[in-house]
Design a protein around this ligand. Structure first.
Ligand code: GLV
Ligand code: MN
Ligand code: MN
Length: 394
């Protein structure tokens, strides 16, 4: 899979709804066909690979994650959970196991949100929490609409069966690299994940006036960069947190027109703000607009909250299924909450959901250097297999 969108330094750039992602989907479908599984998609291009159960009328157990990546992403974030789920289906075939419920491996569309905001489009739409219509109006840096990229993707897959967005699911499990340092530090192969912290994303557009850098006195300038820098600094001040629980990131900062001798007339930047506590998420997030406006100076400002997700606690029964699987396999584990967002956060709105983490080297993720040990990845897949089978027979 890492060949689809592979980068010279070993990572991947496999953007949501891109040609690279399309080729990766084709590969998954080919593997599915070899195993006799059925492949289906829906109107937001979520991809489902189904291994039938003895009672096809029962809601299935789903396991998966996403195969889109960050622009300089690693080889594990997302795709590990999809391949682990596929491996579970294949192992069930090889062992001749019959489950009562069908088991489906799923790849959710646009989890990362790096090309089109918001992220988690596929799982959010599936769970009825993100209306696809407005989300698909998002455009990427090249001006391509998500709706058009989606249409092209689906048009290339006429052989995949079509399903409605959202259907009854018995339970959902997602295996993922931790993307942080805790498991590696504890020296354990498995994280039993209890929930996901909350996030709020904002898009800020600051509009000033382009002017000649050599002739325009400072007092007459409407310099969008100067205002934007003041905004970011003021936001950093309100986000100061001795406990180090607040996560505040400006990951995209674009200065227009980007010429050395033109006063910037427009700046666009993004805010990714997260916190495990819902009250703090609200209190600090609700200050963003006022702080941004207070530092606009002579510029106009447009603020949009592009994504909101409350902190989530996973279903006790689904977490217990993971815990039982870990115990049955005799694996050491750690119980932890997720700092990263995941599709499981949205599935948790419509069915019992839980996650399995495996360690990644130095906790590094969203980085081409992302790495994980084969033994840990296999351990995670084994836990997934045991938990999926237990749920599929329940
Ligand atoms: C997913 O990668 C996230 O932003 O947490
Ligand atoms: Mn991920
Ligand atoms: Mn990610």
């Amino acid at each position: 899979m890492a060949r689809f969108g592979g980068l010279p330094r070993g990572g991947v750039n496999r953007q949501a709804l891109s040609a690279e992602e399309g080729r990766a989907r084709r590969q998954l479908a080919a593997w599915a066909a070899e195993q006799g599984f059925t492949v289906a998609t829906d109107a937001v291009a979520n991809l489902f690979i189904r291994r039938e159960g003895s009672d096809p009328t029962l809601p299935p157990v789903l396991a998966g994650s996403h195969i889109d990546s960050q622009p300089t992403g690693g080889r594990f974030d997302g795709v590990y959970g999809v391949l682990a789920a596929f491996e579970v289906l294949q192992a069930l075939n090889e062992a001749g196991v019959v489950t009562r419920r069908a088991v489906e491996a799923v790849a959710w569309t646009n989890e990362e949100g790096s090309r089109f905001q918001p992220g988690c489009l596929g799982s959010g739409a599936f769970a009825g929490r993100i209306p696809p219509g407005p989300a698909l109006e998002a455009v990427d840096r090249d001006g391509i609409r998500a709706a058009d990229a989606l249409e092209a993707m689906l048009a290339a897959e006429p052989d995949f069966a079509r399903r409605p967005i959202g259907f009854p699911v018995h339970a959902y499990l997602e295996a993922h690299i931790e993307q942080g340092p805790l498991l590696e530090q504890a020296g354990v192969p498995i994280g039993v994940v209890t929930g996901v912290q909350g996030s709020r994303w904002f898009a800020i557009e600051v509009t000033g006036e382009e002017a000649h850098a050599g002739t325009t006195p400072v007092r007459l300038r409407k310099d969008a960069l100067v205002s934007a820098v003041a905004m970011v600094e003021a936001l950093r001040q309100i986000m100061v947190d001795p406990e180090d629980l607040v996560r505040f990131t400006v990951g995209r900062f674009e200065v227009h027109p980007g010429a050395p001798n033109t006063v910037p007339g427009r700046v666009f930047f993004t805010i990714d703000f997260r916190h495990p506590d819902g009250h703090t998420l609200k209190r600090l997030g609700d200050q963003v607009e006022a702080v941004v406006r207070a530092h606009a100076g002579s510029c106009a400002v447009r603020i949009e909250e592009t994504f909101t997700s409350q902190p989530c606690v996973f279903d006790a029964g689904a977490v217990a299924a993971v815990r039982d699987a870990v115990a049955g396999l005799g694996l050491p584990s750690l119980t932890l909450a997720s700092g990263a967002n995941h599709d499981a956060r949205f599935l948790a709105e419509v069915c019992p959901a839980a996650m399995i983490f495996v360690p990644c080297e130095r906790g590094i993720s969203h980085n081409e250097a992302e790495n994980a040990a084969p033994g840990d990845l296999a351990a995670g897949a084994r836990v997934l297999a045991e938990a999926v089978v237990a749920l599929a027979n329940s």
